[in-house]
Structures are given as C-alpha cells and as structure tokens.
Ligand binder design. Sequence first.
Ligand code: SF4
Ligand code: SF4
Length: 373
Amino acid sequence: MVMRDAIKSTVETMFRFFPFPTSTGLRVVGRPGRDAPVLLTCNFDLTVRRVLRALEGLNCYLLVAPSRGINVWCASGGGILNAHAVISVLKTSGIAEKVDHRTLVLPQLSGPGIDAGRVEAETGWSCRFGPVYAEDVPAYVAAGLQKTAEMRRVRFPLGERLQMAVMWAAPMSLLVGIPLAIFRPHLLPGVLALIWAFSLFLYAFYRPVKRLVPGPVGTVRVLLLGLLGVAGLAAWSLALGHWPAGRLVGWSLGILGVALVLGFDLEGTSPLEAGATVGFWAARWPGVLKVWALVGYELERPFSLRVDVERCRGCRTCVEVCPKGVYEMVLQDGSRKSRVAHPAGCVQCTACVKQCPKEAIVADPPIRVFAEV
Ligand code: SF4
Ligand code: SF4
C-alpha cells in the first residue's frame, strides 16, 4: 500500500502536466461528529492523497469536487473548479445530513475560480478560504478556522521547487529521449544528463538565479544562463580541439532549447499567469496570447489593481485570498479599508477581484473575472 502510494506519487509528480482524476464525493477522516469541520479540495489524485495525509489525526469531512483531475490553482484559474463544481458536490455528497453547521472551508488557491457568494446564495453554505497548504490545516482548525499571515502565503520551498524541476525534466526527457533512443542512442545519456542537471540546478537555485541573473523575466534570465553554458561548451570544445562544428551547434541549440522551456516557468506559470513571462512577451507580441489560447487558456493582459474606498466595506476577503500578501487593512476616516500595499508581489491570479463582495477592487485595464466553464 505504502509502495503503491509512493509509485503513484512519483508518476503523478513527474507527469503532473497531465490530469490524474480520482473519484469525487465525500471522504471521512477519523471519527467526525456533527460539528466537525467540512473541507473541500479538487479531484487531482495527488492532491487528494496529500490532503488526506495532512489531515491524519483530525476528525473531519473532506469533499472532493470535480476539477477534471487538475490541481486546485490551475483548475480554479481555468474556471473548472468553480461554484458549480462545489454546489454539485455539496448537493450530491449528503454532507448536509452529517453536520449541524453550514461552514465550508475552501482551499485558498481556489479563490480565482469559486464564486463563494454564489455557493452561499444557492446552498446556504458559508464559504471560508482556508490555508494555502494542506499541512497548515490542522493548525488552522485548532485555531478555530483562523489563518496566520504565513498560512496565506505561497512559499515555494525547496521541496516544491524540486518537484517542479522533475515535472519539467520528465516530459522533456520523454519527448526528446524517445526519438534519440531510436535514431541517435549514443547521445541519449548526455542529453538526459543535460535536461535533469539544468532543471534541478535552476529550481534548487531559483532565488539566487532570480536575484543575480539580469533580465526582466525568466525566459531572458535562463537564456542568459544557457548562453553562458554555450560559451563554456565552446571553450571546452576549443580546448579539446577535436569537436566538429556541427556537434557544437547541435549541443548549443539543445542547451538553449532546454533553457527556453525552463525559463518560461521560472516565475511560475498557471492558467492566469499573464503577469510574468507570458505577460512580458504578450505586451510585445500579443500573438503570444493566441498561442496560449490554443492550449485552452485565455490569459488576461497584465493589469494593476486599486481599491475603490467608497465601495470597500473592510471585510478583509481580499487579504484572506491573496497568496502574495498584496493587501493590508488600514483605518481611513474611522473605517477599516483595504489598500494595495505591495503591488509588485501581485501574480495576477484575480482571486481578489473575483471574491470582493462589493466589487471594490478595480483592475486597470479591466479584466474578465474568469467565467465558469
Ligand atoms: S476591497 Fe473588497 S474584499 Fe477587500 S476589504 Fe474591501 S470590500 Fe472586502
Ligand atoms: S493582488 Fe494579485 S496576487 Fe493578490 S489576489 Fe489579487 S490578483 Fe492575486
């Protein structure tokens, strides 16, 4: 069982580009009573198993909502993990008969997709956005469903970064490795070593690379690193003195190709991540957005945000859903208001715009808040 779980986790981490759906519905954790917390997640198999592991020791219910086997942030960003999905699992799971309260804890990163107001209006369940990470749920529950600032932040620690390295290296290895194994098998070990070493290096040293290598976005920074690699290779081949020019060009193109793929993701990618790499290039060549649309995503153009203080009612929802700590609450003329305190941190996820109950957050240029599909 443990072995099967480990194998599944490895495969699903390596190929997490692809959906891995698991059954939706109700999972019972421990021996929940009628006041037990009710939490919700998506039906990406890896997520469900990780969440269940994180909930060990608690007594609670976990609702698994349909997300086509895609993880929470991507599925909500793409409009798949939406109010409709939540309402359907609330109505079909029979959870209402098992508890006396009507409080549903949503994953924080579902903010861009799930219209909490609509769920409440249609089902009577009041939604709260829980922590970003499942590991923080026990502490969140122990604190009476209260989050610390740390629980609200996307942290991207080393373990997660290495998983991203594996997620990029595995499909690239397959894509390049299969034809090489057939037509140029002698090149296979070197090419695989290049892909894995570059991927692991980049994600292990993600922060120093972002800090030390110049460039406005990941593609530029990592291409610079790639060029450095090409220069090193050229110097090495000159020193050896017996590398044909064709081989040098081939390996250089390989290095730059891997750099381009990895650089695209360096700032993080999601169905909405127009603020970083895609946004940067789209501002120069709007056709980039059309290419992205071909793989099923419609990205917003980069936008800036401001709070309309006349509309703001100080409910803190924007603070609760923002994964980058962009908002803070301030006293203004005796009333609590939100303000955009750290705009540079915004990753354009749109969660704040979607969840503000007073439509007080204004995006410039205006954005569609992702429609449900
Ligand atoms: S901007 Fe909207 S979500 Fe934020 S505190 Fe004001 S009303 Fe609430
Ligand atoms: S401020 Fe930016 S990062 Fe924060 S919730 Fe809004 S769109 Fe997302």
